[in-house]
Design a protein around this ligand. Structure first.
Ligand code: ZN
Length: 319
């Protein structure tokens, strides 16, 4: 490992110099930039080579994002808090991509960690797990299930990895309502030095939800559609007239009043609950509403991450 770092260091300088020579041979990007002569078109390979040669020495654009930083950077860091985003692969009405929950986990956790990092939190964002529990969605094609017990084992192994790497604080950043991690927190309590926190982002903004949206959203409705319109409008399917290629997201009641009122809980068979997997009317969604919702999530969790990063793990933690 050490050797790799030295090779990298030695290699970077001559490489950098030879690229500059190469650039001059290709028509002189540097002379073009500094002369008053007619600018010449610079070849893309030359521009890429120059970019790479300078990027070797610069700090990463997203120092909190593990998937985008190198060992040469990580070995100099002290991360206090890890964030593990969890998504899902499932249909969302007729118009949103199967990766909707994973996009939400990716984007929201990245924006949260950016804000926390800029406020001094030593936070590392782990890659998103793109599968969640789908046992009640399996009547829909290509809903991809991980059973709760499987998912818990995966997270337990990642918790053990963090413990070995000396990171003692982990936030599970959950974006999928079918995932239920509280039993895992209870099971791991006292068995690992890692303190676990669960953030279901959609629960954290319940109180501001109706200030932003007209319709409730259980799945693929106004809120989720607004988030996708904010980040990936090209992935939201529309009809030729420009309206969303979605149904109304209506849901059915069961035959039991106690279930319908929430006195008794079940796992809802999604193909019987919905028409096309959507639960909640999406048609009033806008990108602006999505940005407002994301901002509320960022404001709330970033402040917590800063506090958590600064908190000493004493014997009375977290009290
Ligand atoms: Zn979803």
């Amino acid at each position: 490992m050490k050797r790799a770092g030295r090779v990298h260091g030695f290699a970077s300088r001559p490489h950098c110099l030879s690229l500059r020579g190469q650039a001059a041979a290709h028509g002189g990007v540097f002379s073009d930039l500094h002369s008053s002569a007619q600018p010449r078109i610079i070849g893309v390979p030359v521009l890429l080579a120059i970019y790479r040669s300078t990027a070797l020495d610069s700090s990463p654009a997203k120092p909190w994002k593990l998937a985008e930083v190198a060992y040469s950077f990580v070995k100099q860091q002290h991360y206090e808090v890890a964030v593990l985003p969890l998504g899902a692969t499932e249909p969302h009405n007729l118009h949103l991509p199967y990766g909707t929950d994973t996009f939400e986990a990716d984007h929201l956790s990245d924006e949260v960690c950016r804000a926390a990092w800029q406020q001094g939190a030593r936070v590392v964002l782990l890659p998103t797990i793109p599968y969640g529990t789908e046992t009640n969605q399996m009547a829909f094609p290509l809903a991809m299930n991980l059973n709760p017990s499987t998912l818990h084992l995966v997270i337990r192994d990642l918790v053990d990895s963090l413990a070995q790497h000396g990171i003692r604080k982990l936030v599970l950043f959950n974006s999928h309502g079918g995932n239920d991690f509280k039993p895992l927190l209870r099971e791991l309590y006292g068995r690992t030095p890692v303190q676990l926190f669960l953030f279901n982002w959609y629960h954290a903004v319940r109180d501001v939800y109706h200030e932003i949206f007209e319709h409730a959203d259980d799945h693929g409705g106004e809120a989720e559609t607004s988030l996708l319109l904010a980040w990936h409008p090209e992935l939201v399917v529309r009809r030729p007239d420009g309206t969303l290629a979605a149904d109304e997201g209506a849901t059915r009641l069961t035959r039991f009043e106690a279930v319908n009122r929430g006195w008794v809980n079940i796992t809802r068979p999604w193909h019987l609950l919905t028409t096309n997997s959507g639960a909640g009317n999406p048609h009033a969604a806008t990108a602006e509403k999505g940005r407002r919702l994301a901002a509320a999530v960022v404001e709330r969790l970033a402040a917590f991450l800063v506090e958590l990063s600064n908190a000493p793990l004493d014997e009375r933690f977290p009290f």
